[in-house]
Design a binder for this molecule. Sequence first.
Ligand code: TXA
Ligand code: MG
Length: 311
Amino acid sequence: MFVTLERAQEILASGGVVAVPTETVYGLAASISHPEAIQKIFLLKGRPPNNPLITHLASPKQASGFVRSFPKDFDRLAEAFWPGPLTLVVPVIEESLSPMIRAGLPTAAFRVPNHPMARELIRRTGPLVMPSANISGKPSSTRAEHVESDFGKDFPVIDGGCSEKGIESTILICEEGRWKIGRLGGISAEQIGAILGYFPDIPTAEAVERPLCPGQLYRHYAPNAALSLETEIPEGCSVIIGFAGRKYPASKRVKILGGIDDPQQAAQQLYQTLRELDEEGIASAWVDSDFPEMGLWASIRERLEKAARKS
Ligand code: TXA
Ligand code: MG
């Protein structure tokens, strides 16, 4: 059910949950001062309680009420990328933020989103926790209709159009004075490196047992359809996810992510395309993974690899 900003504000003030557009993906919002609403978010998503939530702020200044100590270069990163698709994990004043949000950790994640509706809402309500508005493990929502498809037609959602970035924020965590990437996302490692003066560590597939972000432990972004990223198209696979201008076997149905020169367009289309596979009852699809390794492409590849995992 599409609701106005005013109605969303009322729902949040009375301890409810509402879906909110952001420039990355839609979020399921609850006020940080309503524990019952935060609890509801975990239940709605089927999210394990050991997976902490990101607190969304209206401005970088709001962070000072929560942060116990600002890691080196925090201000430079915030200045360069806030508002925008960057999340910073920092040590927090434990009394300032419910342990449910932090999953009991001494740190917490913060982001200032850049969607005008999200910003206006947070200005009115105060900080909001917002995990991606999808069932845990499934593709995120980049349109209000995706939220309705996951949570039902009666679920309140502010319609803010298609999410411009299309994939979640990049998460940075500071360990021993160096920022590391906990989750690739809408800001590339190269962009972060340009601000820090060094290239941040990127989690490798082998580091899965001790991920910097607890949420990275799980299969993610995954449609019911089996995805293959092999170089050859597996037998029996009738659908291809690929790029404009490329030649694919004529017997296959092709879903185009965009042009190979436009990772932003591919990111924007990614979750919509994965969701279409399930809407159309497609059992398996082959993804053309012959695309660059750099920049936003690295984030897209990471999402596809997680979505293709069997567990
Ligand atoms: O773009 C985004 O970040 C979206 C929009 C709605 O803002 N939100 C989002 O939230 O992707 P969620 O809950 O789907 O992912 C949050 C990630 C999880 O992987 C979680 O483990 C990690 O943030 N995280 C949160 N707090 C953390 C902490 N203290 N230390 C390490 N990782 C943390
Ligand atoms: Mg998520």
